[in-house]
Design a protein around this ligand. Structure first.
Ligand SMILES: [Zn+2]
Length: 236
């Protein structure tokens, strides 16, 4: 077995034996370290979401403050304590740390074209909650999403794209079907919003880790749309 493979196996075993056994509130790093990394971690889901939206307001105003990426490098080498997770599209115009004006170590990001939560994404979010202690999950759709548009075209033309692309279409299709019946004037926008809503709902309901954290008031999951033209995030 290769050196890297061995390392990965050990890490996975360590995670299963210790990491996931931690309580949902167990800090991954000490409070002192967290404060050294940057601002003190938000204590509530509401505070975490407000911190994100405050950052987006700075981004919209082109007044970003979290741009010193070399600060606290030594502290980050010791651990991480992100306060929020963002499920975003792979679209090159949708960069969560920039959009929310957050530096390294602040956001736990799950990205896939079409910003849906698959099994691996769900497991990643569970790790973020159970081990890293994130307080809020934002499922972030965006305007002019090519993955949503391709899914709409696939349904309209009754065809599937080549290669592995059907896996994206199949994951996004439920949101498109949901809104097609009401014949919205802007099907792309309606399907994009519904896709974000469905996946935020999945983050709320999937058990046991995420659903229990929500029930305990320690986690929130919300859907939002990033407007490429303005830079603004609108919560749904
Ligand atoms: Zn997209």
């Amino acid at each position: 077995m290769c050196r890297n493979c061995t390392t990965k196996t050990v890490n996975r075993r360590a995670l299963m034996a210790g990491g996931l056994a931690l309580s949902l509130t167990a800090p991954f790093v000490s409070r002192a370290l967290a404060e050294d990394i940057g601002a003190a971690a938000p204590v509530s889901p509401q505070e975490a979401l407000q911190r994100l939206m405050d950052g987006n307001a700075r981004y919209v105003a082109n007044a970003a403050i979290d741009t010193d990426h070399s600060a606290a490098r030594a502290s980050r080498a010791q651990g991480q304590q992100p306060f929020a997770a963002v499920v975003s599209c792979s679209d090159s115009r949708v960069a969560p740390e920039l959009i929310f004006d957050q530096g390294p170590g602040a956001l736990f990001v799950v990205r896939v074209a079409g910003n849906f939560i698959n099994e691996e994404g769900l497991a990643s979010l569970e790790y973020g909650v159970a081990v890293l202690g994130i307080k809020t999950i934002v499922v972030l759709g965006h305007t002019a999403c090519g993955a949503i548009g391709a899914t709409i075209s696939s349904i309209a033309d009754n065809t599937l794209p080549p290669g592995h692309l059907p896996s994206l279409v199949n994951a996004i299709r439920p949101a498109v079907y949901d809104v097609m019946a009401s014949k919205p004037t802007d099907l792309l926008a309606a399907a994009t919003a519904q896709n974000a809503r469905l996946n935020a709902e999945r983050a709320q309901s999937e058990g046991p880790i995420l659903s229990e954290a929500h029930a305990a008031g320690k986690l929130s999951s919300v859907a939002g749309i990033y407007e490429i033209a303005t830079g603004k995030v609108v919560l749904l």
